[in-house]
Design a protein around this ligand. Structure first.
Ligand code: SF4
Length: 348
């Protein structure tokens, strides 16, 4: 039996500790050492007796640790981490700086099978879901390497709502006051539109911010660039988002990647207004990051500004997110592009 203590909430640790005949409060020490102090060695939890530490190891408990294989830092300070997981799989996380805010964009799956046409990660074969411990450990490891993380966005490799249980558990762990204590309003989950799990999220106790990767204002175009639309059409998605707002009172962010001559015309802006005008939302226009795996080009900055102006004039709060980490392939849709390039080279 091998059980990763990093993958456990405080409540689950309490069950384990009590089950081993120990006092419940000792679970708090284990949780604090792992998630507040970033310790990954049972031997180093010195507030536990030596005998209890030994017993944990003998019973098959351990603390997993992801390993930094590579770190690249852009001129704009954006840092991309390549991690090796315990079974040798690889994932990436990106650290973004914005004044005092230090946001980590975490991965939730190895690869992704959503196949969005503009995304390099979608070209990587889906291998497996990450555990809650592996998701939380991206935060722990980057924090140990380069200081306090204030915000977490689930927008890295993979579709978070297709790894629902582990994502929700990792949020509980990261939000816990005995661990990282990252405020729930500082945690954002981004989805390409997995409707049943948007509905499930609405009935949770903890509500992170919800972002929906929209990218097209009409169904046919969205089907073309985001195949998930065939399963969950745009009208159903919009209905689910409205119902999410009604149940939670939380407004949703729409992400809209601006792709040249595809979704960036005045007509697209008008259609988008009609689509979202009755929803409590804001729109993030994202500058597209070209990568060697996808054929698209990004809209020019004048086009993006014009698109934003049309939306803002219609009363839809819209901001432009200029790409960060462009020199190190660290921006939205670029994760995994470096390995794909390497893979192709080695196949030649
Ligand atoms: S955009 Fe997100 S959901 Fe779509 S392929 Fe990329 S990682 Fe997967």
């Amino acid at each position: 039996m091998n059980i990763d203590l990093k993958d456990k909430t405080l409540d689950e640790l309490e069950e384990i500790v009590v089950g081993l005949g120990q006092k419940k409060f000792l679970a708090k020490y284990i949780f604090q050492f792992i998630h507040a102090q970033n310790i990954s060695d049972i031997e180093k939890i010195t507030t536990l007796s030596k005998a209890f530490r030994q017993e944990l190891v003998e019973q098959g408990y351990y603390i997993s640790k992801i390993e930094i294989l590579e770190k690249q830092v852009d001129k704009d300070k954006t840092a991309k981490y390549l991690f090796k997981l315990n079974d040798g799989e690889r994932i990436e996380s990106v650290l973004l700086h914005d004044n005092k805010r230090r946001t980590l964009c975490v991965s939730t799956q190895v690869g992704c099978n959503m196949d969005c046409a503009f995304c390099a990660t979608g070209k990587l074969k889906f291998t497996r879901n990450l555990s809650a411990g592996e998701i939380a450990d991206q935060v722990n490891t980057v924090e140990a390497d380069s200081g306090k993380i204030t915000n977490v966005v689930y927008m890295g490799m993979g579709e978070p709502l297709l790894n629902y249980e582990a994502v929700m558990k990792s949020i509980e762990i990261l939000n816990h006051e005995q661990g990282k204590n990252i405020g729930i309003r500082h945690i954002t989950v981004s989805t390409c539109g997995i409707i049943p799990n948007i509905e499930k999220l609405a009935s949770e106790k903890l509500h992170p911010r919800l972002a929906v990767s929209l990218n097209a204002p009409e169904n046919a175009l969205r089907e073309q660039i985001m195949p998930i639309t065939k399963k969950y059409p745009l009208d159903m998605l919009i209905k689910a988002i409205k119902s999410y707002y009604e149940k939670t009172g939380q407004r949703v962010t729409f992400e809209y990647v601006m792709i040249k001559d595809l979704n960036d015309s005045y007509k697209h802006a008008q259609t988008l207004i009609k689509l979202v005008q009755n929803i409590s939302c804001n729109v993030n226009l994202i500058e597209y990051n070209p990568n060697s795996e996808c054929e698209y080009k990004g809209s020019g900055s004048a086009v993006i500004k014009g698109f934003a102006a049309v939306l803002n004039a219609a009363g839809i709060e819209t901001v432009i997110r200029f790409r960060m980490g462009r020199e190190i392939n660290a921006a939205c849709g670029q994760l995994g592009a470096d390995w794909l390039k390497k893979q192709k080279k080695s196949e030649k």
